[in-house]
Write a protein that binds this ligand. Structure first.
Ligand code: FRU
Length: 522
């Protein structure tokens, strides 16, 4: 199939003009750097995804939001809904600060049996469980300034009321006491809350989402501890191609202390009996969900129907090192694509795999099939195929001769700025290098190259990448090694080429997909 050139031309023309124009039925890029199919707030500041829950055919996404500024501030829960995890509609702000504090991160569940009594069995409530952050107390040095509260909706998430007896979990005298993730544990018939507490997680149990009892703690000595633990998640996941075998996966965001600096998310695999998490691995083993610098505070959707059975994740595509300073004007930060998580037995052991949800493929408008060829030195895809795209997906399958080649995929503009990413077989790592990718003077911690150690097992290499104006999500080896990064070119990147250092490499097969924007509506 041929790429639809007219479509691409339109995208490039509009990308280059960067005008705030509304054309009917034509693609516009309203603001420089605003992605075209990643979720961004309509205006103002956004950080963590919150309260993701599926209810009556709708995916809800709430998020940490400061509607009045483009820097972090008094937190609200912004709200958006979608029927496919790709096209989002903005909804009114769901949770506002109140006398207990501002609204920090948390989760939401459908209380199917109305255990909370906040709805009815005919119309079960959606219950949001979040952290209250009392900024005044914090400023006065009162250590117990974070507590947990709940709110509920009985109209499909349209309007929300706070529970009158808030907070439902008082602070035991620990400053970092936040980000409750709640789920129903079938086997022991209880609600479970996983809470990030400084350098570990605490597990609480409840019959009704209101009365909580401490069960156990995990992690003080396990995993990475370069910074505070935040935004945990715990869920059971089947092991791919291993009938009946499953593990519990614990996600934990940590800031700072990520593998490439600043914020990142680690994971543990093990067991959970309703009371306690047991790690399958030695304490000093560290596993990262994503090695890029821009995937933080991500957790998974609640209440995905059993027939669907997926565990779906979304993360915040930024890093506390520079999040407040990135060069956008009306809004700050985007989310990653919604990703399906699975557990796969790999040559390196059991790994948590992330790949875009299949719904994403609906955005593909055209496919360019690349002919098999040997690449020695360079191969300019844009010149060869007349491809000039600000946003696209590429799925490339290489075969190496010797494990000594460095395969760089370079996305650039005519100003000489470029983002390069790929795989270095000699030194065994995937990488994303934004050292020369445009604006970087807003923070001295933004520029540079991020790497993800990865030993290739054999000679076959797969790189799937999704680029959207100012972000890259790279899924190496079918989602085994993931890197997510943002970048801010002075003029849009539209030129794509591959460069090989070392022995020539065979491009066995490859596809480039032109993507249509998923315009968010109000
Ligand atoms: C993570 C985090 C959470 C907290 C929220 C505040 O990015 O620091 O721990 O609840 O952001 O906005």
């Amino acid at each position: 199939m041929k790429i639809n050139y007219l479509y691409i031309l339109l995208v490039v023309v509009f990308a280059c003009k960067m005008e705030k124009k509304d054309h009917e039925n034509i693609i516009t890029i309203p603001e420089q750097h605003r992605p075209l199919f990643h979720f961004t707030p309509p205006s103002g500041w956004m950080n963590d995804p919150n309260g993701m829950v599926y209810h009556n055919g709708t995916y809800h996404l709430f998020y940490q939001h400061n509607p009045d500024d483009i820097v972090w501030g008094p937190m609200h829960w912004g709200h958006a809904t979608s029927s496919d995890l790709i096209h989002w509609e903005h909804r009114p702000i769901a949770l506002y600060p109140d006398e207990h504090g501002t609204i920090f991160s948390g989760s939401a569940v459908v209380d199917h049996h109305n255990t909370s009594g906040l709805g009815s069995t005919e119309n079960p409530p959606i219950v949001a469980i979040f952290t209250y952050h009392n900024a005044e107390k914090a400023a006065n040095g009162e250590i117990d300034h974070q507590t947990q509260g709940i709110a509920f909706s009985t109209d499909d998430g349209k309007s929300w009321a706070k529970y009158k007896g808030n907070p439902v979990l008082e602070n035991p005298g620990i400053a970092d006491f936040r980000d409750p993730k709640v789920f129903w544990h079938e086997k022991t018939s209880a609600w479970i809350m996983i809470l990030a507490v400084q350098d570990h997680i605490r597990i609480y149990r409840s019959p009704n989402l209101i009365d909580w009892e401490y069960a156990s703690s995990f992690g003080e000595k396990a995993g990475a501890h370069g910074g505070v633990w935040e935004c945990p998640d715990l869920f059971e996941l089947a092991v791919e191609n291993d009938e009946g075998n499953s593990k519990w996966v614990l996600l934990l965001s940590i800031n700072p202390g990520g593998p490439n600096g600043g914020s990142a998310t680690q994971y543990f695999t093990g067991g959970f009996d309703g009371y306690q998490f047991t790690n399958d691995h030695p304490d000093d083993m560290i596993q990262w969900l994503d090695y890029g610098r821009d995937n933080y505070a991500g957790v998974s959707w609640s209440d995905i129907p059993r027939e669907d059975g997926r565990r779906i994740f979304i993360g915040w595509m930024s890093n506390w090192l520079y999040a407040n300073k990135v060069p956008t004007e009306q809004w700050r930060s985007a989310m990653t694509l919604a990703r399906k998580m699975t557990l796969r037995k790999t040559a390196h052991g059991l790994r948590l795999i992330s790949e875009p949800v299949v719904e994403f493929e609906k955005l593909r408008v055209n496919t360019l099939n690349l002919a098999t060829r040997e690449i020695a030195g360079g191969f300019n895809l844009s010149a060869t195929y007349g491809l000039f795209l600000t946003h696209f997906e590429a799925d490339l399958h290489f075969e190496l001769q010797e494990n000594d080649s460095d395969i760089s995929i370079i996305f650039s503009n005519t100003m000489g700025e470029s983002l390069s990413f790929g795989f270095n077989a000699a030194d065994e790592f995937f990488y994303v290098d934004r050292s020369n990718a445009g604006k970087a003077d807003f923070s001295d911690q933004f520029s540079g190259k991020a790497i993800a150690p990865y030993a290739l097992n054999g000679k076959k290499l797969n790189i799937r990448c999704i680029l959207d104006v100012s972000s890259i999500e790279m899924f190496g080896q079918n989602g085994e090694c993931v890197m997510t990064e943002i970048f801010f070119p002075s003029e849009p990147f539209t030129i794509l080429r591959i460069e090989i250092e070392g022995k020539p490499v065979e491009l066995k097969e490859g596809q480039i997909f032109a993507l249509k924007p998923a315009i968010v509506s109000q």
